[in-house]
Write a protein that binds this ligand. Sequence first.
Ligand SMILES: Cc1ncc(COP(=O)(O)O)c(C=O)c1O
Length: 389
Amino acid sequence: MLARRMERVSSSPIMDLIKTTAAGNYLSFASGLPDAGLFPVETLQAIADDVLDRDGRAALQYGPAEGFPPLREYVASLLRKRGLPATPEHVLITTGSQQALDLAARALLNDGDRVLVENPTYLAALQAFDSFGARYEPVPLDREGIEVERAGEVLQTGPHLFYTLPNFQNPTGITMSTERRERLAVAAVNARVPVLEDDAYHDLAYDGEPPRPLVSLAENPFGVYTGTFSKVIAPGLRIGYLYAPPALTARLGQLKQITDLHAGSLTQRIVFEFCARGQLEPAIARLRDAYRARRDVLLDALEQHVTGLAEWTRPRGGMFVFVRLPAGRDAGELLRACMEQGIVFVPGASFHPDGSGTHTFRLNFVSLDEPRSRQGIEILGRGLRELAR
Ligand SMILES: Cc1ncc(COP(=O)(O)O)c(C=O)c1O
């Protein structure tokens, strides 16, 4: 017999969609993946060779649960630039930031606990919270992020966690204003609500640096901030991190120990060397240029082919544009029609923990080049016109 927890564990509808469409010749706006064509393969290969030559035995040995000390130190310096007063003791290196979300949820949630979330929000976080028996208090977003009055009211009722993605939110691409960050950071501290701030897309900023992290704006003993090298180096390395007050970081380190002992010794060293050799900043600059251009292409194509048929977000960073059809229209039906014409995207309902959002969908703008992106949006426009008839 499986444990009761497994009743709330299932595979992600997005993963299923990506799997079923991977073999076909689709123009795909569905994935959550960065463009593999931009991975710094040669640089990583040279670094891996050097690491194994110089430090091979340690790189293949078990290591400390909290992470490779030079990488912890490096991440702390990175976080200080973002406005967090980080020392290595604040930092835990994780197996992707997905693990950081899982560890935080595991440490902070009991069965049946309420989590304040943006509606819509990142699906794999909901799946992690689901597995610990969470219930949700979903609050919609507008152009400046989560609706602040409503979120403030929910915070006053003392939920057990506030999960937020203030920068280039997945799936909407929306960025929360500084004013809202300040209000909600303070409200969470006053109501003693732990905050889990997911900043996976921090460096994919196309129109200037993002505002300061929410958890840096009020001292919360249960404020956790997560980040990752997945979007700026490569996700297959599986190196992410979390930042929290040292006492909490130490407790989360104990939890990590029983989960997977530690993140990969070799990949932590590779990431550290990549950064120490000054490769991170140019890599970020290259990605920003490439992805900014792709965002602009997608927005331009939407303007050209979808104006009057739907509304969409205009993200200042990240990987996603979120589209809203007129109420009552069904994005699933649109998807079926579009798949016959060779394009796929992700219907928005699964990002909404309250089951709403059937008239919404998400477009990944980084994975298709300009001609294919324009072609795909032209097809989408045709599908929308048919559906509107
Ligand atoms: C919002 C958000 N958080 C966290 C992650 C997890 O990424 P990783 O585990 O590769 O760091 C993702 C991946 O797509 C994401 O979109």
